[in-house]
Design a protein around this ligand. Structure first.
Ligand SMILES: NC(=O)c1ccc[n+]([C@@H]2O[C@H](COP(=O)([O-])OP(=O)(O)OC[C@H]3O[C@@H](n4cnc5c(N)ncnc54)[C@H](OP(=O)(O)O)[C@@H]3O)[C@@H](O)[C@H]2O)c1
Length: 216
């Protein structure tokens, strides 16, 4: 297996590169200044860049498809349709959050919201000051999980401060009690280790569209 790590010199890409190196994976980095057509030398692509770059890359990969793991956030429904189209040819795994903790939470949040029907619900996310999209992709995932269990309006608040790797809190409140469920990433490594789990999952798949929910 030869991996092309697209955006591998960025904050998240560097964390993935470090873990891939430690685990002995064969990979090379494609950055903004590199020739993207080199992706053809790989048989697995991993991307952490930005929305525009990712969409442009997905369109090019359509010409000669490769299994693709995407962690870039801020994609539109139209972009995701493009990925689903590619996934009819190769396995594609999209996750806005590669941590096990968030993905476990996503499995249960709808049930919790359903049982707590009538409680006020809010989501608060905090990230480092350089994060571009707002609210985070993870906050959007948490929102859609909560909405599976309640028709109550859900407020989503985004804070951009200092060097926070990623913190998400879902708050349920009635007049008598408050429940806060918080996930805090202690480093980008937790996401990078999730990417390795995604690699091991996707390498045996033929085609199809997957998320980290499938992996865990
Ligand atoms: N799914 C998750 O678990 C998770 C976790 C954290 C972050 N993210 C997401 O990952 C993405 C990257 O975040 P980040 O904090 O790592 O950003 P970043 O530090 O700005 O890194 C982005 C990288 O993409 C590269 N890039 C930009 N355009 C490119 C192109 N056309 N071809 C190849 N490389 C290109 C940049 O290269 P230059 O350095 O040359 O500009 C940079 O190295 C964001 O969407 C973020 O929200 C996802």
């Amino acid at each position: 297996m030869k991996i092309a790590l697209i955006g591998g010199r960025g904050r998240m890409g560097s964390a993935v590169a470090e873990v891939l190196r430690e685990r002995g994976y064969d990979f090379f980095v494609i950055g903004r200044e590199d020739d993207f057509s080199r992706y053809r030398e790989a048989n697995l692509l991993i991307e952490f860049t930005n929305r525009d770059a990712t969409v442009s890359h997905v369109k090019q990969v359509m010409e000669e498809p490769r299994p693709y793991i995407i962690g870039t956030t801020g994609l539109t429904d139209e972009d995701i349709s493009l990925l689903k189209n590619l996934s009819t040819k190769v396995p594609v795994l999209l996750s806005y959050n590669f941590s096990v903790g968030i993905n476990v939470l996503l499995k249960f949040l709808g049930d919790i919201a359903g049982v707590l029907g009538g409680y006020d619900v809010a989501i608060v996310e905090k990230h480092h000051r350089f994060k571009k999209d707002k609210p985070s992709g993870t906050a959007k995932l948490l929102l859609s999980a909560v909405e599976k269990g309640t028709d109550e309006p859900v407020d989503v608040h985004a804070l951009r401060m200092g060097g926070i790797f990623g913190e998400h809190t879902v708050i349920f409140a009635s007049s008598g009690e408050v429940i806060e469920i918080t996930h805090r990433a202690l480093s980008r490594r937790v996401f990078a280790e999730g990417v390795v789990r995604a690699i091991e999952f996707i390498k045996d798949r033929e085609r199809g569209f997957y998320t980290m929910g499938d992996v865990i």
